[in-house]
Design a protein around this ligand. Structure first.
Ligand SMILES: Nc1nc2c(c(=O)[nH]1)N[C@@H](CNc1ccc(C(=O)N[C@@H](CCC(=O)N[C@@H](CCC(=O)N[C@@H](CCC(=O)O)C(=O)O)C(=O)O)C(=O)O)cc1)CN2
Ligand SMILES: [Zn+2]
Length: 759
């Protein structure tokens, strides 16, 4: 009987990793200092697990930027061009975030970054060359293993499995990335041998791809890979699956020569009986009963009955209690949440508390529930207060949802009618220019917010500061010649957290940080009850902003699906219902913005693609309610009010029909890194509304030239009519500095000016 987790959040209780890494980038700390802080974090996190009695600790879950990128280094999947950077951390961070050193003639963009399954975590996409040769560089994982062994820990190396690693990679050729398996496998074998030589018994191979629909080629790859790996003497494998059930991949997994299997019993508790009857008894089962993707306290009784069901079918020695997936997606600890209401706090468990839950469940399984009776009782009592709490339920919200009719989901007229009215009203030039919303969140902006929160400046002083920042931002855009302006979002910590702070049914944390990419973190708000808007959230800012210019300033809102997707969501009602409630709150805001004089309103939905279920069979249902939620949020306005939406970070081709069904008047979309494939889809499916495919990548400090952006537009014009095309960057500018932003936007406006002359 054992207890362990698949991975722990690496960012640290106070985001020490962010501070250290960013300090290293800005040359405030040395490489040695960075390495030593990293070592400390790993040690703290392992100690935390072992002090709670977890029987094994994962090794390799730590990373300076992204664990998939670490695997590219591990197997030598480094494109030629990065050899311009020095081996070691310079090359590593060049892959992660690009590198520009004019004096050395270096101008490297970063690798592509995309979403990790259905999470808000982003990974770097390994890029396989046509003639890719692999080379093992195991220094990182071996180093970390030695650290753990020196601490006397029972260490289990964590490696992404070969099939998932290849499936997440890309290659320029038309060949399937799995065609690289025969060349890659020997390197896995070599790695496993090295680990075994260090005294390792079990190696965790993460294959989350098994929670997806996979084709025959992929199934064959699994058989080949695991048969080969099983031949390394002395090695045992824990095959880890998560983010869903095994579904029809169960019979494949049952055939693989593995010693242990991890299953996600939070996303799919119903798979347990099938797993128990299909997976050979000799295979140890790691049971993911604690939710790694949400922050609610586990229902210990419920989790325990799943464990007992397994214990009836197999010897307890062959079972491991675990969390559904790596705890990477949970905040570090509740300890810092001193401002959280006591009752609400009693409903929550972050990563550290989840480790305790796992340990409690393991004790119950080993020594009987009576051995941890008090803990079970305390848990049941907390859950009971949550179930019966009056603040969870709001009858007015429920009644309003009940009363909705089809008319609430549709604009008054079809797009062509709206477009005609809008054109007359706005009289915008051909190729109108705009931005996506945020402008640089400088340290000055953050410092002022922090000072206000600490009471060092008054509310009035803070608001005065925001007005000045907003006015300067708008005046700059006006002068630069942009056509549709934005206020810059200086008052927001984050596009989702801001709305979480203003809506009832939500709470927010002080320190509930979760890594989003690299050193960047988010603090997802917590939705615990029925969502309701009690007062306008953005109209004052919008009204003020419009006084700064005669050009239209867009009202800027986050859409219901994105608010849902980037929050911790209640687990006591379907996500679709929560989404509908958020949609109503946003609808009220949209309508209020219109009444207070805002004529163009953008409702961002960058997370709509990310929310798409991993299994195809669940797509239609999701796309129905998510698109409906957007329509509900935006349909309450006049024909002449222009609704924009914005999306980023994803391949939208698969959900194209749903994008059409959003019925937005203008869509701005990330495109700078995903080529013209998407635009082809817009053409093919007869998309009629207006569209602004991003002209440059805002995730890099690199300033795009006028010519390169103009070339991009020329290519786009092969697919899109000039009268429909908007000119804009591919996402918000909050992570950039002002110098880069000004230079890039000046060039962008130039592009539009030149094009207008030519058309
Ligand atoms: N939720 C969400 N998900 C998203 C995105 C997004 O915008 N939001 N965009 C995409 C990319 N993901 C991103 C995620 C995070 C950030 C980001 O910039 N995060 C910031 C934190 C933003 C924040 O809340 N900042 C706080 C600052 C909190 C803080 O550190 N305060 C210090 C003081 C700060 C100072 O003096 O400078 C303190 O209190 O001690 C604020 O503005 O107030 C960071 O990690 O650096 C950007 C993109 C996809 N997913
Ligand atoms: Zn975006």
């Amino acid at each position: 009987m054992s207890a362990s987790i698949l991975g722990f959040p690496r960012i640290g209780s106070k985001r020490q990793l962010k501070t250290a890494v960013e300090g290293f980038w800005s040359k405030k700390i040395s490489q040695e200092e960075l390495l030593s802080q990293a070592r400390q974090l790993r040690q703290d996190h392992w100690n935390l697990q072992s002090s709670q009695g977890l029987t094994q600790v994962p090794v390799g879950d730590f990373t300076f930027y992204d664990h998939v990128l670490d695997h590219a280094i591990l197997f030598g999947i480094v494109p030629e061009r990065y050899n311009a950077a020095d081996a070691g951390l310079e090359r590593y961070f060049a892959l992660a975030r690009g590198l520009q050193v004019p004096s050395r003639n270096i101008d490297l963009p970063s690798l592509e970054m995309v979403k990790w399954f259905d999470t808000n975590y982003h990974y770097m996409v390994p890029e396989l060359a046509i003639n890719q040769e692999f080379a093992l560089d195991s220094s990182k994982i071996i180093g970390e293993l030695e650290e753990a062994l020196a601490l006397g820990l029972n260490a289990r190396p964590v490696v992404i499995g070969p099939v998932t690693l290849l499936k997440l990679s890309k290659t320029v050729s038309s060949a399937s990335t799995l065609s690289f398996l025969p060349k890659l496998l020997p390197k896995y074998v070599e790695l496993v041998q090295q680990l075994v030589n260090k005294g390792v018994k079990t190696i965790q191979l993460d294959e989350p791809i098994l929670a997806l629909d996979i084709d025959e080629e992929t199934k064959e790859a699994f058989k080949t890979a695991y048969t080969t790996l099983s031949q390394v003497s002395g090695a045992e494998y824990l095959l880890a699956t998560y983010f869903g059930g095994l579904g029809n991949n169960l019979s494949l997994v049952a055939e693989l020569p593995i010693q242990a299997l991890h299953i996600d019993l939070v996303r799919d508790p119903k798979q347990l009986p099938k797993v128990l009857s299909t997976i050979p008894e000799s295979v140890n089962l790691s049971l993911g009963v604690v939710d790694g993707r949400n922050i609610w306290k586990t229902d210990l009784n419920n989790a325990f009955s799943l464990l007992q069901e397994a214990a009836k079918a197999r010897p307890v020695e062959n079972l491991t209690v675990s969390a559904s997936c790596s705890l990477l997606h949970s905040p570090h600890s509740l300890e810092a949440e001193t401002a959280l209401d006591a009752e609400l706090k009693s409903w929550l468990a972050f990563a550290t508390e989840k480790v305790v839950e796992i340990s409690t469940l393991a004790s119950a399984l080993k020594n009987g529930v009576d051995s941890v009776k008090a803990k079970f009782e305390e848990n049941a009592a907390a859950l009971q207060t949550r179930r019966s709490s009056t603040r969870v339920s709001n009858p007015e919200v429920k009644a309003r949802v009940q009363a909705l009719t089809a008319a609430d989901y549709a604009r008054q007229a079809e797009f062509p009618v709206r477009q005609a009215e809008q054109r007359e009203k706005f009289n915008l030039p051909l190729f109108p220019t705009t931005t996506i919303g945020s402008f640089p969140q400088t340290s000055e902006v953050r410092r002022n917010r922090a000072r206000f929160r600490k009471g060092e400046i008054t509310k009035a002083e803070y608001e005065q500061y925001l007005e000045t920042a907003t006015r300067e931002c708008i005046e700059w855009q006006d002068k630069a010649g942009l056509d549709v302006l934005v206020h810059g979002e200086f008052e927001r910590t984050d596009m989702v957290e801001f709305f979480g702070e203003h809506l009832s049914g939500f709470t927010f944390t002080r320190n509930g940080w979760v890594q989003s990419y690299g050193s960047r973190c988010v603090k997802p708000p917590v939705i615990y009850g029925d969502v309701n808007r009690t007062r306008a959230m953005t109209t004052e800012t919008a009204k003020f902003s419009q006084t700064c210019t005669s050009k239209p300033v867009k009202g800027m809102l986050t859409g219901p699906v994105t608010i849902l997707q980037w929050s911790f969501v209640r687990d006591d009602q379907p996500r679709s219902e929560t989404c509908q409630q958020i949609a109503l709150a946003i609808r009220d805001e949209v309508v209020d913005l219109e009444s207070s004089g805002t004529t163009i309103i953008q409702v961002d939905e960058p997370a709509i693609r990310e929310g798409l279920p991993l299994r195809h069979e669940n797509w239609d249902d999701y796309l129905q309610w998510s698109v409906d939620a957007f329509r509900l949020a935006t349909a309450g306005v006049k024909n002449s009010t222009q609704i924009h939406t914005h999306m980023c970070y994803s391949d939208f081709n698969a959900i194209f029909q749903s994008i059409k069904r959003l019925d937005a008047d203008v869509i701005t979309i990330e495109n700078a890194k995903s080529d013209l494939k998407l635009l082809h889809a817009f053409e093919k499916h007869g998309y009629k509304a207006e569209i602004g495919p991003g002209l440059y990548d805002i995730h890099s400090p690199r300033v795009p030239s006028t010519q390169e952006m103009k070339d991009r537009v020329q290519k786009m014009l092969a697919y899109l009519a000039p009268s429909l095309l908007w000119i804009n960057p591919d996402c918000g500018l909050k992570t950039r500095g002002w110098d880069e932003v000004k230079a890039a936007l000046n060039n962008l406006v130039d592009v539009a000016r030149q094009l207008r002359k030519e058309h």
